[in-house]
Unconditional design. Structure first.
Lengths: 271, 261
């Protein structure tokens, strides 16, 4: 009885559902049309997720180090960033960054260049980039990276602060600088601890990449919307879309679980 | 030039005695409402072993931690081997490389092997070559009696072994001074002796040591000077024979009665 209760029935149900969908995709003309349409967007979905996630890790690590900094300026800049990100819905962030901040930065850089370049005789090197030259895919990736960087900053901060104070003191007492101690002692231990939450963030990023469809970027969600609105096959299209996300996230969450188990099974890193 | 000389004069230790390794003048450390260290002045002689004892909360550890600037003094001045401790980060790192410290909780780096623990600071602070750092690390691990554990991780060692690795790690930097902050307080009783033996050997080799401890046997055997602190102040100070057989101060006598029984 106990073993039956522990068995992952939920996974069986999803697999059966998947078999059903796959059967449809192979036998039904409609489903195979839907899937071949969705797969046109899979590259954009995966590319967006991977690039935005990698950028977010970098931003999050820097902002997370800022959140534990003793320097009040660095600390406040990092905290301001994190608080703004946490207080604004991610869809709204996407709109603001894509339509306000990216054009503002480019216009600002152009204006600055127009003033400075003549002074040093570098007019010919001025970039001719205009805001409308920046594709929406890039704007979306920037926006997702900034949004997720804010959350990952807090993950890194928590990881760093979970390492006992004695580790930093021991490193400093050996003559290491703060940055050396961070690099060789604190971060290697902190990153081990935050790998599971970072893995979950990757899954969340994959799901939130669907937001780019709002800006017309042709990921799988956008392809599904276009197909459904042209064919009026809403049930079949959106069910297939949902299943495609589910299949990807389930595989990823099993990977995260496996990594987590591996980290727990070897005893080092406990300190 | 003249200005530089004046600066030097200002920051020179307030004693001409070349045998002084650490000079502390009017040290105060305030934690919010608590004055943990209250106007402490102390000179530690070169090659001498100074043992600081006293009830818990008396400021012993804080004095120790001010010597390598793990605590920033509220006021007062400290010279380590003639170097004036200021707030300048370069200066602090320079002093710390000369001052080894051993902690109550060992604070080994759990993600590194024993050998890597002992080698890391040699590599990144002393800029020694891999081969040289390894050779010195093995030398020090042999000195503390556990060269065979070089490739173990700290979590695979007993507390006493971990503390001996921590001592080897500090010694590998060739410090001029070793600070010990209750090095045996977190150990099971049967492991205390192996750590104290290493410390005794170190004391006999002529290392300048400042030790905060409750091990009165060690204090009696190894110390050149006993410093008794209570409520942030030095109450009594003297050679161990005098201090243990005939303490002058009432508070020191009460403390010894409690602890020796």
């Amino acid at each position: 009885m106990d073993r039956a209760a522990q068995w992952p029935w939920w996974l069986l149900i999803i697999v059966l559902f998947g078999v059903l969908i796959a059967w449809n995709a192979l036998t039904s003309e409609l489903y195979s049309a839907i899937f071949s349409r969705l797969l046109l967007g899979i590259g954009v979905t995966i590319f967006t997720t991977l690039v935005a996630y990698s950028l977010a890790i970098g931003i999050g690590l820097i902002a997370g180090l800022g959140r534990v900094s003793q320097n009040p300026i660095i600390f406040n800049v990092a905290t301001l960033y994190v608080q703004v990100i946490r207080g604004v819905p991610i869809l709204v962030q996407l709109l603001v960054i894509a339509f306000v901040i990216v054009p503002m930065v480019i216009d600002g850089a152009n204006a600055l260049g127009a003033v400075l370049a003549p002074a040093i005789g570098a007019e010919n090197f001025l970039s001719r980039t205009k805001p409308q030259d920046v594709p929406f895919l890039s704007r979306c990736i920037i926006a997702l990276a900034i949004a997720y960087g804010g959350f990952q900053a807090e993950t890194f901060r928590a990881g760093i602060q979970s390492i006992s104070k004695g580790q930093m003191e021991a490193a400093r007492s050996l003559g290491m600088s703060y940055l050396q101690a961070m690099r060789y002692i604190i971060l290697p231990q902190a990153i081990r601890r935050v790998l599971p939450p970072l893995g979950n963030d990757f899954i969340a990023m994959l799901k939130d990449s669907s937001l780019v469809s709002v800006l017309g970027v042709r990921d799988i969600t956008q392809e599904a919307r276009l197909y459904a609105s042209a064919s009026f096959r809403f049930l079949e299209t959106y069910t297939s879309l949902a299943f495609l996300y589910l299949a990807m996230t389930i595989v990823l969450s099993l990977v995260v679980k496996w990594v987590e188990n591996r980290l727990n099974s070897d005893g080092r890193g406990q300190g | 030039m003249k200005e530089a000389n004046q600066m030097k004069a200002m920051h020179a230790p307030p004693t001409d005695d070349p045998s002084a390794m650490i000079v502390i003048r009017n040290l105060v450390k305030q934690f919010n409402a608590l004055r943990a260290v209250d106007d402490v002045s102390l000179t530690v002689g070169r090659g001498k072993v100074t043992v600081i004892i006293g009830p818990s909360g008396s400021g012993k550890s804080t004095v120790l931690r001010c010597i390598n600037h793990l605590e920033v003094p509220t006021s007062g001045e400290i010279w380590v081997d003639g170097i004036h401790l200021t707030h300048d980060a370069k200066n602090i790192n320079a002093v710390r490389a000369e001052v080894g410290m051993v902690f109550q909780q060992f604070n080994l780096f759990p993600h590194l092997t024993v050998l890597q623990n002992v080698m890391l600071a040699q590599r990144v602070v002393r800029k020694r070559s891999e081969a040289e750092a390894r050779q010195i690390a093995m030398q020090q691990l042999t000195r503390v009696g556990i060269p065979e554990k070089a490739h173990s991780y700290p979590s695979q060692l007993s507390g006493g072994q971990q503390q001996r690795v921590a001592i080897a790690r500090a010694l590998a930097m060739n410090p001029k001074i070793m600070l010990f902050d209750e090095p045996t307080s977190a150990l099971d009783p049967e492991m205390i002796k192996e750590v104290l033996d290493v410390m005794l050997e170190l004391a006999r080799s002529g290392m300048t040591m400042v030790v905060v401890t409750h091990e009165m046997g060690f204090a009696r055997n190894a110390a050149d000077e006993i410093v008794f602190m209570d409520r942030g102040r030095i109450v009594e100070q003297g050679p161990p024979d005098e201090f243990f057989t005939n303490p002058r101060e009432e508070r020191a006598r009460a403390f010894l009665n409690q602890i020796l029984r």
